[in-house]
Design a protein. Structure first.
Length: 239
């Protein structure tokens, strides 16, 4: 079984367990006011799409793939109720993924791989308009939403590299970095199951879209695609 398949099975099992846990309590139809606001905590996995010049060039010359940057993401939300079916959701999320990569077709004088570590970090503050398809006071609440916000990102490569500008080629150790704050948008879909008058559990997917032109130490390497999907599980508290 491949690593990708294992991750998919783990996510599917987590969602099934979450829904199974909530189903008996949800069947009791606990009273929930449509006017209640919510705090929500989410934990999941972010999977970068990696569809840009930077990612394409990287894996033409180095080992690995964009899948190696799939990693944990954590988020929190404040949900402001607007009515029975609609709300505004204000969110904060953080993600960091990294991978050790080595040159394809090159080794050092001892025959060992020439390795560096690539790290990608993204933190965001966003707002979304969310619609509950069955009403916020229903037994089971599927919902969809769309929004946008501010994304702060940093890309770093540190370790050993080859200087192809000299003859013979030389190996050197260095750190390269670029980062910025940019605007992006996303859409989401999920299902919430109340387990009491104030508490719920939920499963949710988010798909974010943004990219940036690289500058700093990576100037001239084209665009960096920061898009991707996140799969979350979490709980909410109404007040």
């Amino acid at each position: 079984m491949t690593e990708s398949m294992t991750k998919q099975l783990v996510r599917a099992a987590a969602v099934v367990a979450l829904l199974a846990l909530a189903a008996p309590a949800a069947a009791q139809r606990p009273y929930r006011s449509v006017a209640d606001n919510e705090f929500r905590i989410r934990v999941g996995q972010f999977e970068p799409r990696g569809d840009s010049a930077y990612w394409d060039d990287k894996f033409d010359f180095f080992t690995g793939s964009v899948d190696q940057f799939d990693d944990i993401t954590i988020g929190g939300d404040y949900v402001l109720a607007l009515g029975r079916r609609s709300s505004l959701m204000f969110s904060g999320d953080v993600y960091e993924g990294e991978d050790d990569q080595s040159y394809l077709g090159f080794v050092d004088e001892f025959g060992s791989p020439i390795v560096h570590t690539t790290r990608l970090q993204i933190a965001s503050l966003t707002a979304a308009y969310v619609v509950s398809l069955t009403g916020r006071d229903a037994t089971i609440v599927p919902y969809v939403g769309v929004g946008g916000g501010v994304y702060d990102w940093e890309l770093e490569e540190r370790g050993d590299f080859i200087d192809f500008g000299v003859v013979p080629n030389e190996i050197f150790t260095d750190r390269f970095r670029d980062g910025n704050t940019t605007l992006g948008w996303f859409w989401l879909a999920g299902v919430e199951l109340p387990v009491g008058p104030r508490w719920s559990v939920f499963a949710e997917g988010r798909w974010q879209r943004l990219d940036e032109e690289l500058n700093g130490d990576f100037e001239g390497l084209g665009d960096l695609d920061l898009s991707g999907r996140s799969i979350f599980g979490g709980f909410s508290w109404r007040f």
